[in-house]
Structures are given as structure tokens and as C-alpha cells.
Design a protein around this ligand. Structure first.
Ligand SMILES: *Cc1c(COP(=O)(O)O)cnc(C)c1O
Length: 403
């Protein structure tokens, strides 16, 4: 098969139709710029979906990957390996955590988190304490357990029967949680900032309230930081920004900077409930993934990098608000750091995808979160000229859509 015959049309011939990819096929990236098959250049304000935290082909990440690739790729968990141990130690040093479990994705990190929460309750309080409370509009992954805990019914449609014992409350509404919680609750699962659900930050008082409710009912507080963690908010993890410490935290996306890895962080006491043989993953803790994630964490946790995220956030937020005002398209630009959601006004309801598509035509990649929010999640070290260029291109796209 020659290169010319690899086209977007081929997707429809050989791939399961669960995605609807755009018409271009990117072939190369450098920093926050990406090029397609025809050499057209794009400014990347999407970062994959909040994944390429240090941009494309970051020399440090390439170096870490290549160095490890020349040494050792895989051992399975019958033996441990140096990159996994080193990364786990780093994550424990930088967070509340004392123990780490590695997976390959966010969904798997959450699957481990939810299984651990049930197992911990089962061991300490008995089998009746198995209920999980999560939130409407939340997103936790695509495995059957994680779509069931997730708060978007459409993702579960046709896949039932779902696992039982899962209840959904309203995000940022503590009373709706109080109405559901009981001695049977083993965990409350929450994204401190809902990502897929429209870039909706949790209120500090709400997250503090969840912490207090969990303490009162002997339930575990699980923070899904798959999207909002690893520097997105300008803090290494969002829980540190809120000053509310969970019992279990899941991470992925930005953690690997584009290499598949997920992690579940917890305390020693809780981790003890996943004893030998209770859970596992063939690729979890893979040396390649851990070597890359080590470089990501070592970089993103530096004070100058975190400070730079706040400066970039201001620039991007101001630029989007200005575009919103000139074209009267946004009612609000919300979110933290480099996870921003531009909420479309009443007149533009349901049209987010039109702006994304027009952006591609003008050479800028953005994301959507639902049909009413344009989401931005660029590289955490995106150069400021690229922010400005991305904004200019996006404004041209908006002009076209509004014409
Ligand atoms: C993306 C995402 C997931 C799922 O991660 P995968 O790597 O796609 O399995 C889970 N939770 C949140 C908050 C996410 O944004």
C-alpha cells in the first residue's frame, strides 16, 4: 500500500465506526504546531484531548523514550522495573499518596479506583457497603463500570445490564449528595473540574462538603483527575489548588504526554485492600510509559512551569473573551489554567462543532465539550506567539461561522 492511498476515506472502509474523525490526517508535530499529509500547518490548542502536555516531539520526552527503548521494553508484573519504581516514588513525594498502581489509560485507572473503593469497604465494613455516588454529566471512561459510574446515560445505552449500586447526584449541589449518602455508600467519585461535561469547575465549598460527608459516613473520596491533573490548573494536581485531599486519585492523559499510561494514587492503609492477586494489568507500569511520564512529571512540577501555565491561561482566556465580545458568541469563559471552556450564548446553542470544523479550515485545532462549549487544552508550555497565532486563526474561523 503506497502512501497516497492512505486517506481519510480508508477510515470508513477499515475502522469500526465509533469515531467521526475530521477530514485531515496529521503526520507530524513539533511543539504546538502540527502538519497534515499535504504539509498544511495547524496551531494545536487541543493538545490531543488535554494529553500532549509538553507539546509534540518534546526533546526531553523523545530522549526519555528513546533511551528506555534501547534498554528494556517489557517485563510484565512478575518482576518490577526501575522506571515504574522511580515514577511511583516521585508521585508519592509530590502528593498525598503513599502507594501507586499503574494502568494504561484513564478508564483503567478509574476501574482500579472503583474496585479498590468497593474492596476496601467490603474488607472493613462488610459486603453491604458497596454503593457509589457520582455526578450527572461526569465522565470517567468507557469500560462498563466507568460508563456506569459516569453521568451521561447515552454512553450506557444498549450496553446494559450495568453494574448496580451506583447513584447520581447533581454536581455542585451538596444537598443532592446528602439525600443519597448512607452507611451503604463506599465512595463518592468526582472530577474536581468536569471536563467532558463542559469544563465545569467544582466549587471549593462543594468539594469540602464532599470530604466532610465521606468522613462522616466512612466512605472514600475519589478524585478523577484524568483531565484536570498534571499541571492543567497551574497546580500539579487540582486537589492541591482546592486544598481538599481525596483518598484515591486517578491520573492519565497529560501524565503520559501522548504515551499511554494511567495511575491510581492512594494511601498505604487503603492500598492494603488490593492484596496480591486481587487486581492487575499486563502492561501497567510498562517501562517505556513510566520513563516518559517521569520526564513529564519532573518537568511539569517545576515552579517556573506551573507559573508559566497561569500566564498562558490569562493570555488565552483574555483572547477568547475578546473574540466572544466582538462576535457575541460566548456567555462565559470558564475553567482553570490551560483547561478552558467557552460557553456559547443562547443564539449559538448546539453549534460548537461548527466552530471546531471552521477552525480546522483556518489552521487551528480546538476541542468541544458537549454541543455548547468550545474547549481549549493546549500544551502546558505552548509558546506565547503560538497562542496569539491560534487566537487569530480562531477569530477568522468565528468570522466565517458568523457570516
Ligand atoms: C478522558 C477521561 C477519562 C478516560 O480516560 P481514557 O484514557 O480515555 O480511558 C476518565 N476520566 C476523565 C475525567 C477523563 O477526562
Amino acid at each position: 500500500m503506497n502512501k497516497q492511498s492512505i486517506t481519510r476515506e480508508l477510515f470508513d472502509e477499515v475502522m469500526v465506526p465509533n469515531y467521526a474523525p475530521g477530514k485531515i490526517i496529521p503526520v507530524k508535530g513539533k511543539g504546538s504546531r502540527v502538519w497534515d499529509q499535504d504539509g498544511r500547518e495547524f496551531v494545536d490548542l487541543a493538545g490531543g484531548i488535554a494529553v500532549t502536555s509538553l507539546g509534540h516531539a518534546h526533546p526531553g520526552l523523545v530522549g526519555a523514550l528513546v533511551e528506555q527503548a534501547g534498554k528494556l521494553w517489557h517485563l510484565s508484573n512478575v518482576l518490577t522495573n526501575e522506571p515504574a519504581l522511580k515514577l511511583a516514588k516521585t508521585l508519592c513525594d509530590l502528593t498525598f499518596a503513599e502507594r501507586v498502581f499503574f494502568a494504561n489509560s484513564g478508564g483503567e485507572a478509574n476501574e482500579a479506583a472503583f474496585k479498590l473503593a468497593r474492596r476496601y469497604a467490603w474488607e472493613h465494613f462488610g459486603p453491604e457497603k458497596n454503593e457509589i455516588i457520582s455526578f450527572r454529566n461526569s465522565f470517567h471512561g468507557r469500560t462498563l463500570f466507568t460508563v456506569s459510574v459516569g453521568g451521561q446515560a447515552k454512553y450506557l445505552e444498549g450496553f446494559e445490564p450495568a453494574p448496580g449500586g451506583i447513584h447520581h447526584a447533581d454536581f455542585n449541589d451538596l444537598a443532592s449528595v446528602e439525600a443519597l449518602i448512607s452507611g451503604k455508600t463506599c465512595a463518592i467519585v468526582v472530577e474536581p473540574i468536569q471536563g467532558e461535561g463542559g469544563v465545569m469547575p467544582g466549587d471549593k465549598a462543594f468539594l469540602e462538603g464532599l470530604r466532610a460527608l465521606c468522613d462522616r459516613h466512612n466512605a472514600l473520596l475519589v478524585f478523577d483527575e484524568v483531565q484536570c491533573g498534571v499541571g492543567r490548573t497551574g497546580h500539579l494536581f487540582a486537589y492541591q489548588m482546592y486544598g481538599v485531599t481525596p483518598d484515591i486519585l486517578s491520573s492519565a492523559k497529560s501524565l503520559g504526554g501522548g504515551f499511554p499510561i494511567g495511575a491510581m494514587l492512594t494511601t498505604a492503609k487503603i492500598a492494603a485492600s488490593l492484596g496480591v492477586g486481587t487486581h492487575g494489568s499486563t502492561y501497567g507500569g510498562n517501562p517505556l510509559g513510566c520513563a516518559v511520564a517521569q520526564k513529564v512529571i519532573d518537568t511539569v512540577s517545576q515552579a517556573e512551569i506551573l507559573k508559566g501555565i497561569k500566564a498562558r491561561s490569562e493570555r488565552l482566556r483574555k483572547g477568547m473573551m475578546a473574540i466572544g465580545e466582538r462576535y457575541q458568541i460566548f456567555s462565559e469563559v470558564r475553567g482553570e489554567g490551560l483547561l478552558l471552556g467557552c460557553v456559547l450564548t443562547e443564539a449559538w446553542q448546539g453549534r460548537a462543532k461548527d466552530f471546531l470544523n471552521a477552525g480546522i479550515d483556518e489552521g487551528v485545532m480546538v476541542l468541544i465539550a458537549g454541543v455548547n462549549v468550545i474547549r481549549l487544552a493546549p500544551s502546558l508550555i505552548i509558546p506565547e506567539p503560538d497562542i496569539d497565532e491560534g487566537l487569530e486563526r480562531f477569530e477568522r474561523a468565528v468570522k466565517k461561522v458568523c457570516a
